[in-house]
Design a protein around this ligand. Structure first.
Ligand code: PLP
Length: 324
């Protein structure tokens, strides 16, 4: 809906990141827009603002290999706050301003995070949050959009409600709309968790701190890097990276075998089968994204983990890394 409200349509180009959950790019594809990927900052996994700036100037250089783009027009930038750490929004907004682009901030992983003291999701023209059960708070399914643009907000309210614009009666439909409503019961569940958000995030911060204290000195394991401009991380997942010499997939199997559930995070978007088919993405197109995609592993993480559980996970990781 943000993509629509930003006036992005078929053939329009949007600069975004291949290191994300697929939904950030799919939102563009469903509107016929084309994700133009740029690589990421190796420290944080967030979109690299220098590459965003270069792509805005020299978009031809960054177009997907296999795309028939007729009247291509660059319309927007779609950064993602990866793993709960805000993207470098000042730098991204500066590029957007210079080139007249909209900014849609995918803050689905960063509810409550702050960037230079400001809330993630409030920094672009639109911010999006999601409440699937793996997120910091959940309504089962659904999400929230943030914008200061009243006209866009009215339009999106209509779109989510079968096209009924504000003022339309039950059977009047100004727009072709969807049923994207969140139901009342789920919304109530979300509202109640929102009132405890600080407590929820603080517990997750505590678990992240326990991990950091135990894993920062394990040779072969890198812990998450937090930028100085990240004034609060909203820990979504805890992703460690193994040294290039350690085979991440083998390590994942060993950890699983010892009862530690783990997940690779993320498999790059440009290498997902449907993306390869549509745009001809190849291994080597985005080396930093691919490298992090190969070395990153999300380890057990939630706000209800105890220090003993963190100890157990860390001891097993330490043992397996030492053996490898
Ligand atoms: C969770 C998430 C979404 C939204 O996914 P849903 O399945 O619609 O809840 C979008 N972008 C990112 C980066 C996410 O992590």
């Amino acid at each position: 809906m943000c993509v629509r409200a930003a006036g992005i349509g078929p053939g329009d180009l949007v600069i975004t990141t291949p290191f994300s959950f697929v939904a950030s790019s799919n939102a563009l594809l469903f509107e016929g827009a084309i994700p133009v990927f740029v690589d990421i900052d190796p420290k944080t996994g967030n979109i690299d603002p220098e590459l965003v700036a270069d792509a805005a100037k020299n978009i031809e250089k960054y177009l997907p290999r296999k795309s028939k783009i007729e009247n291509r027009k660059l319309k927007a930038i779609l950064p993602v706050d990866v793993f709960g750490q805000p993207a470098d929004m000042d730098a991204i907004n500066a590029v957007a301003k210079e080139h007249g682009l909209a900014v849609i901030e995918d803050s689905c992983e960063a509810l409550g995070a702050t960037y230079k003291g400001k809330q993630a999701g409030t920094l672009g023209d639109f911010g999006v949050f999601a409440f699937y059960p793996n997120k910091q708070i959940t309504t089962g399914e659904g999400g929230v959009i943030i914008t200061n643009d009243d006209k866009a907000a009215h339009f999106m309210r209509a779109l989510r409600n079968q096209g009924r614009a504000p003022g339309d009666t039950w059977l009047q439909h100004t727009h072709l709309g969807y049923n994207y409503r969140i139901d009342e019961m789920s919304a109530a569940m979300g509202a109640s968790q929102m009132s405890r958000l600080d407590e929820i995030l603080s517990k997750r911060e505590q678990v992240a701190a326990w991990y950091e204290a135990r894993l920062s000195d394990v040779a072969g394991v890198e812990i998450p890097f937090i930028e100085s401009f990240t004034t609060r991380t909203s820990w979504f997942v805890y992703v460690i990276r193994f040294d290039k010499k350690i085979n991440r997939d083998e390590m994942a199997k060993k950890l699983e075998a010892r009862g530690i559930p783990v997940r690779p995070y993320f498999l790059p978007i440009h290498l997902q089968p449907y993306m390869v088919e549509k745009f001809g993405g190849r291994e080597g197109d985005f080396p930093v994204t691919e490298d992090l995609g190969k070395r990153g592993l999300a380890i057990p993480f939630s706000g209800v983990m105890t220090e003993e559980q963190v100890d157990l996970v860390c001891n097993i990781i330490r043992e397996e890394v030492m053996k490898s």
